[in-house]
Design a binder for this molecule. Sequence first.
Ligand code: NAG
Ligand code: NAG
Ligand code: NAG
Ligand code: NAG
Ligand code: NAG
Length: 316
Amino acid sequence: MHDRNFMWFLCIVVCFLYPVDGGTTCLSCSSVESVIDCTHLERCGNNEICFAHKYVTESKSELYDFGCTYQKLCVPGSSGSIFGKRLSEGHHIVCQTCCNDTDICNMKSSCVTNVANTSSTGHSTDSKLPRECDDLTNTTTGVHTIYPDGIRPTQVYCIMANNEKWTVIQRRFNGFVDFYQDWMNYKKGFGPAAGEYWLGNDNIHIISTTTGHKLSIYLEDFNKNFMYANYSYFHLGNELVYHNGRQFSTKDEDYNGHNCGVRVHGGWWYDYCATSNLNGPYLAGKATNTSAMFWYGWPSYFYSLKKTTMMIKRIS
Ligand SMILES: *[C@@H]1O[C@H](CO)[C@@H](O)[C@H](O)[C@H]1NC(C)=O
Ligand SMILES: *[C@@H]1O[C@H](CO)[C@@H](O)[C@H](O)[C@H]1NC(C)=O
Ligand SMILES: *[C@@H]1O[C@H](CO)[C@@H](O)[C@H](O)[C@H]1NC(C)=O
Ligand SMILES: *[C@@H]1O[C@H](CO)[C@@H](O)[C@H](O)[C@H]1NC(C)=O
Ligand SMILES: *[C@@H]1O[C@H](CO)[C@@H](O)[C@H](O)[C@H]1NC(C)=O
C-alpha cells in the first residue's frame, strides 16, 4: 500500500518532468523579460532539443525566448554549451543554448562571447527550412508551414499564381475574425491561417527585412469589382515603422498622437487618422466614416470592403 502510494507520488514528480515517451522537457516562453519569468514547460518531440535565445530589441530591452528546436538548426558545435553573442549594428545580442542530454537544459542563460552563424537580427542563418512561401517547393495555393526565423514554425496562407509564390500577411473575406486587437496581438498575429488572419508584425518584420520584398494588396467590393495596389518595395521595421515613416498603432499603443487605433477601431499605419484602414471593422458595404475596412476612395468613400489580401514576395 505504502509502496503504491509512493510510486504514485514518484510518478507525479517524475512522469511530469521526465515523460516516458517524449523528448526533452524544455522551458517554453517567448519574449519574456527575465529568465525567472519563464515557468512554462514544454515536452519536445523525440528529435528536438532545448534552446535559449537572448536578444536586445531596438528599444534596448533585453528579452528571452525558450523552447524546443532541432539539433540541426543549432550552430555546429554548440551542443550542450552556450554560444553566440553579436553586437554589430549596436543593438542586437544573441545567445543560444542548445543541448541534448539534460532535462530543462535551457535554464542556463548566461551569455558568453563567441562566433555564431546568426545574422545581426539573431535568426538562424544555417536553417534550410522555408522562411516564406517563396521558399516552398509545393506550389499549391493554401495553408503551408513556414519558419520566418529559421526555427519556429508558423502556419500561413500562400498564394501561388503566375509562377510567383506570395506570403499572405493579411486576409479578410467574411468578418469572422475581430481585428480590433491590442498591440501584443498585432505583434504576435491572430486568426487562423485558413481563415481571416494577421500574420503578426514580428513575422512580417523578420520576413521583410531579410531581403527586399514587394507588396501586393488585393481589394474586392460587394459588386464583384476588384483592384490591386502593388508596391515595388515593402519593409516593416523592427519597431514597426512603415517604410514611408508612418508608425503602426493599435488601440493600446498610439504612435501618432491622435489615438487613431481607438477612433477608427483597427491596427494600422495611421496618419491622422486614416486614409486607408484595412484592419478596420468589417461592416460589409456602406459605412458612415473611416471606422471601417476601407481603402482610400475605392470603390467609393466610406465603404467597407468585402475582401482584402495583403501579400508579400521577395524581389527576385
Ligand atoms: C549529445 O551532446 C554531446 C555533447 O554535449 C555529444 O557528445 C553526444 O554525442 C550528443 N548525443 C546525441 C544523441 O546527439
Ligand atoms: C557558418 O556556416 C558556414 C556555411 O554553412 C560554415 O562553413 C562555417 O564553418 C560556419 N561557421 C561557424 C562558426 O559555425
Ligand atoms: C501541397 O499543399 C497543399 C495545400 O496546403 C496540400 O493540400 C497538399 O497536401 C500539399 N502537397 C504535398 C505533396 O505536400
Ligand atoms: C499586381 O500584382 C498582382 C500579383 O502579382 C498581379 O496579379 C496584378 O496583375 C498586379 N496588378 C498591377 C496593376 O500591376
Ligand atoms: C463612425 O460611425 C459609427 C456608426 O455611425 C459611430 O458609432 C462611430 O462613433 C463613428 N466613428 C467616428 C470616428 O466618427
